[in-house]
Design a protein around this ligand. Structure first.
Ligand SMILES: NC(=O)c1ccc[n+]([C@@H]2O[C@H](COP(=O)([O-])OP(=O)(O)OC[C@H]3O[C@@H](n4cnc5c(N)ncnc54)[C@H](OP(=O)(O)O)[C@@H]3O)[C@@H](O)[C@H]2O)c1
Length: 337
């Protein structure tokens, strides 16, 4: 109850920011980021587009991978019309395809650019059951597995950049408070809904993918510490905001729900604030493996803080990106195919 009141009045937390802070406000006093190269996924609309706009305003060089290059051109044009000196590189990437992730990374490497900041923001909420070209349920493939592989393949470049520049690299995973709606066996449910359309529940699938982002953050932060890499990883809940995430359900009912909930929702500049805060704020040097909401550290669900589950999902993900999802699912759901 107290938390809801704090949220509604926008009261600030230990960071000095709160639910009503905007991305521009939280980056006002950030260190000079004109030498920073950032990759932001899902910057064609919504929270990602605002994150890109504000980081461009602060002078970062942006690489914006997108599956829809026309939408990416439009997003770039909007930023350049406001900030003509921005350096923005557009590249093709469909996160639901592991091949596309691999092609993007090799194309990015061929540019020989540094990489200081990776913002894994792209996401989808899919009302219909679908399977990716790699044989994985589509929401999970897009929101989690594509980002898992992308991060893994870009890590060497981020570690090298941090070593040569002395500037700590940062990875920001955009999750959601909805991650806490999932309970149960993560990998078993993924296998069941991948193989059985009738078991698909769109909200549960979305919650699972966002829990995946939280667990990925936890395990990756451990691995980065073990490697003594000068790179941190944190995840964020941006808050609830109307974007194109609900595009499959546009119409009068959705309009009504959003109207009724409007007092509880953020604006897009507010929703991009936590990502921008975690991506740039000097206060967060050496802070890794944490979850942030309203620009302040927050708690994940019990499952989200389970290190055994985080390690288990990591191992399963390694198998999935190597094309062996059978080895992941068969022992858990034999007889359900
Ligand atoms: N909106 C909320 O209330 C809310 C709450 C909590 C968390 N989030 C999270 O915030 C993040 C941003 O969402 P948003 O609300 O800003 O939604 P959005 O406006 O729909 O933006 C999603 C972005 O992801 C991109 N994307 C989707 N599938 C992709 C794919 N296969 N490959 C590459 N890019 C893909 C979209 O590109 P296209 O232009 O090609 O579609 C778009 O740029 C997501 O991770 C979402 O889960 C949102």
């Amino acid at each position: 109850m107290l938390e809801t009141v704090k949220y509604l009045i926008g009261s600030t937390g230990a960071s000095g920011y709160g639910s009503k802070s905007t991305a521009e406000q939280v980056t006002e006093n950030c260190p000079d980021i004109r030498s920073i190269t950032a990759i932001i996924t899902g910057a064609t609309s919504g929270i990602g587009a605002e994150t890109a706009r504000v980081l461009a305003k602060r002078g970062a060089r942006l690489v914006l991978p997108a599956r829809n290059l026309k939408a990416a051109e439009d997003a770039k044009a909007r930023i350049v019309s406001e900030y003509p000196d921005s350096e923005i590189i557009l590249m093709a990437l469909d996160l639901s395809s592991l091949n596309s992730v691999r092609s993007f990374v090799s194309e990015f490497e061929s540019l020989e650019l540094p990489l200081n900041l990776l913002i894994n923001n792209a996401g989808k909420f899919s009302h219909e059951h679908a399977i990716s070209e790699d044989g994985i349920e589509m929401t999970f493939a897009t929101n989690y597995l594509g980002h898992f592989l992308l991060t893994k393949l870009l890590l060497k470049k981020m570690i090298e950049t941090a070593e040569t520049t002395g500037v700590q690299g940062r990875i920001v995973n955009v999750s959601s408070g909805i991650h806490s709606w999932f309970s149960g066996d993560v990998i078993r449910y993924l296998g069941i809904m991948t193989r059985n359309k009738s078991e698909y529940d769109a909200t549960r699938a979305y919650a699972l993918s966002k829990l995946g982002n939280v667990l990925h953050t936890k395990e990756l932060s451990l691995k980065l510490k073990e490697m003594k890499a000068n790179v941190t990883v944190n995840c964020v809940h941006p808050g609830i905001v109307r974007t194109r995430l609900t595009r499959d359900r546009e119409g009068i009912v959705t309009d009504l729900v959003f109207f009724l909930a409007s007092k509880l929702m953020k604006t897009i500049p507010q929703a991009a604030a936590t990502t921008c805060y975690v991506a740039t704020h000097p206060r967060l040097v050496n802070v890794s493996g944490k979850y942030f909401s309203d620009c302040n550290e927050a708690s994940t669900s019990k499952l989200g803080s389970n290190s055994t589950e985080a390690a288990r999902l990591w191992s399963a993900s390694e198998l999935m990106i190597s094309g062996d999802s059978k080895a992941v699912f068969d022992p858990l759901i034999n007889g359900l195919d």
